[in-house]
Design a protein around this ligand. Structure first.
Ligand code: HMG
Ligand code: MG
Length: 298
């Protein structure tokens, strides 16, 4: 049984660009996001309101939010780690904010400078405040299939952290294979267990393609009735505080596979290609997706 339709949430402007060694000029970022807005997405995560010392690539989040042409029907979202970030996000009138934490205590400390226990009250306040402002909230849990510092992460640990976020009132939960270590059998087993604890109608999966297993992991997830996936155009991406976390699942590869399978995404492959070629030119390097490898040979 395959789904008829899948929702793809584009995280390239955030997860992609945060891991690029070069800072993309503001004008180019805005032009790229505007191209993405024309491609048929319903959701674009455009930046992060985090400390610019930690992620200098996204220090212009406010300007990006103000300069992009927001299209009706698209949710424009940004990451916020704390109250300070939320205030900036609200000032720029984003549609949705994403809070994030890790299932691994060590990764959480490296990423946001707090233990898991210290993070809960911070995020609880952010979720409450965001809701009062009428914003929907997404919650990410990172390193759910493995951590670069702690190794294997137990499925019940992931469920515990996720349940805490759900109790705070998040509208969607995105489970992240931050360093791209998950294999399809592991995803199948983990999802079978999480099914007992987590509401699958609120679940999105966030795979990185570090070891080339992201698309296979999507297939397994679809078999568990998951129909929302995060992806970054061209396979950009990673996490600067997770060694080896290169390359999100490539949106263009995912869209191609789904369309070949007769599964709708609402995304226009030609427009996607235009947007991918644009950001490839700006970054001045060949993007790693299979679709772009084909295009680059033409
Ligand atoms: P901290 O140093 O512990 O913060 O950083 P603090 O609260 O002690 O404040 C220190 C200073 O930072 C203060 O300024 C604050 O005002 C300022 P000072 O008084 O010294 O001048 N500050 C801020 N400035 C701007 N924006 C803010 C902000 N907050 C405080 N929001 C902090 C804690 C969370 C801020 C920091 O660790 C941080 O910014 N981390 C960002 C980490 C990040 O963005 N990681 C990548 C995203 S997660 C990811 O990629 C995984 C995901 O893709 C899923 C997956 O793959 O699994 C989502
Ligand atoms: Mg990620």
């Amino acid at each position: 049984e395959w789904p008829e339709k899948v929702t793809i949430k584009e995280v390239g402007p955030r997860d992609g660009l945060q891991n690029e060694p070069v800072e993309v000029p503001l004008q180019d970022k805005v032009a790229w996001i505007d191209l993405l807005s024309e491609a048929g997405y319903s959701y674009i995560e455009f930046s992060s309101f985090v400390h610019p010392k930690w992620i200098p690539q996204l220090k212009d989040a406010k300007e990006v939010a103000e300069m992009i042409s927001r299209k009706k029907g698209i949710t424009y979202a940004a990451l916020v780690p704390n109250r300070r970030g939320l205030e900036s996000a609200i000032d720029t009138d984003v549609d949705e904010v994403s809070v994030f934490m890790s299932a691994s205590d060590t990764h959480n400390k490296k990423n946001i400078n707090k233990s898991i226990e210290e993070t809960y009250p911070v995020l609880k306040e952010v979720v409450q405040e965001a809701k009062l402002e009428g914003k929907s909230v997404r919650g990410y849990v990172s390193t759910v299939f493995g951590c670069p510092y702690e190794g294997a992460i137990a499925t019940d640990q992931v469920a515990r952290v996720s349940e805490c976020l759900l109790e705070m009132g998040i509208d969607e939960l995105s489970l992240g294979d931050t360093i791209g270590v998950a294999n399809p059998r592991q995803v199948d087993q983990a999802l079978s267990e999480w099914k007992q604890w987590l509401p699958f109608d609120k679940l999105a999966m966030h795979f990185h393609n570090t070891r080339g297993m992201a698309l296979s992991n999507v297939l397994v997830s679809m078999q568990h009735n998951i129909t929302t996936f995060d992806a970054a155009l061209g396979g950009l991406g990673g996490c600067p505080y997770a060694k080896g976390a290169s390359g999100n699942l490539a949106t263009d590869d995912l869209v191609h596979m789904l369309h070949q399978m007769g599964i709708e995404t609402g995304i226009d492959e030609e427009k996607l290609k235009e947007a991918a070629i644009y950001i490839q030119r700006v970054l001045n390097k060949a993007l790693p997706s299979h679709q772009m490898q084909v295009i680059n040979k033409e």
